[in-house]
Design a protein around this ligand. Structure first.
Ligand SMILES: Nc1ncnc2c1ncn2[C@@H]1O[C@H](COP(=O)(O)OP(=O)(O)OP(=O)(O)O)[C@@H](O)[C@H]1O
Ligand SMILES: [Mg+2]
Length: 250
């Protein structure tokens, strides 16, 4: 059966120039940190940016941003208008479920995702950054099905265990002919370059490395502090690459 919401989603997203899913087959590699910092960096660069937290089981971008959920709330108006904080348009499932656990299963998750994409009115944006849940299954396939012009930015840690899952994800996305901006190596603790070599063997762009930095934890909830870390610095490079990838494709 055709779901009428899918055509509404296309309309809702039609005024967004770039939609970038920050994703990883592996959990805990820093997707939420990277997605949030990239969104804040693009705002600093003068772009209109939205950040969409689609990690239904453990949404965390509101904590990284230090958002006061009661003060900055979505507005209802023929759908839901995301609140804007320091220039960043923001939407998360936490607005609907609060801090309570939201244990969704299979089809329910897919349905919640479709619903949120259907009701959210982003308007015109240069970038929509999506913080994805871990894994290469349902959420990724739903996004590919629902968002025609989605691009993926993949995060890995230096561990072979993380990279092997990321490799599977990258192969799957390549088979589906989805654009991959590149692979970013986070939490690096040595100078080995195997992830870079493996990334290049896959024919993908290596987006650089972010050192493991104990200061990062202390920046949660403090945006200027976060942007001043090595992670913040690397995201300025990534933001430049992101801008260039589109230009070279056009
Ligand atoms: N470069 C870094 N240096 C040190 N700690 C980091 C770095 N990047 C992220 N972290 C920390 O690692 C933890 C996981 O980060 P984050 O929540 O962004 O990962 P995630 O991939 O989104 O996890 P999940 O799969 O659960 O969504 C957090 O405690 C975060 O503070
Ligand atoms: Mg996360």
């Amino acid at each position: 059966m055709i779901d009428p919401r899918t055509s509404i989603i296309s309309k809702r997203l039609s005024r967004i120039s770039r939609i970038i899913a920050v994703s990883s087959g592996k959990g805990g590699v820093g997707k939420s940190m990277v997605a949030t910092t990239l969104a804040l960096t693009l705002v600093r660069n003068g772009c209109d940016v939205g950040l969409f937290d689609l990690d239904f089981t453990s949404p965390s971008t509101h904590l990284i941003l230090g958002t006061n959920l009661r003060r900055a709330k979505p507005k209802e108006e023929k759908g839901i208008i995301p609140p804007t904080m320091n220039g960043l348009h923001y939407m998360s499932l936490v607005y609907f479920v609060g801090e309570k656990p939201a244990p969704l299963r299979g089809a329910e998750t897919s349905n919640a995702l479709i619903e949120l994409l259907t009701i959210t009115q982003w308007g015109k944006l240069d970038f929509l950054i999506i913080d994805m849940p871990p894994g290469i299954g349902d959420a990724v396939l739903d996004m590919v099905r629902l968002i025609k012009n989605i691009e993926f930015l993949i995060v890995t840690s230096p561990s072979t265990l993380a990279f092997e899952t990321v490799r599977k994800q990258a192969n799957l996305l390549c088979e589906l002919k989805m654009p991959i901006i590149g692979i970013l190596e986070n939490m690096k603790m040595d100078t080995r370059n195997c992830i870079q070599m493996e990334t290049e063997k896959l024919g993908l762009r290596y987006l650089g490395e972010i050192p493991h930095d104990q200061q990062v934890e202390a920046t949660i909830g403090d945006q200027p502090k976060l942007l001043a870390t090595a992670l913040g610095k690397q995201m300025r490079q990534v933001a430049k690459i992101v801008a260039l990838t589109k230009k070279s494709e056009e």
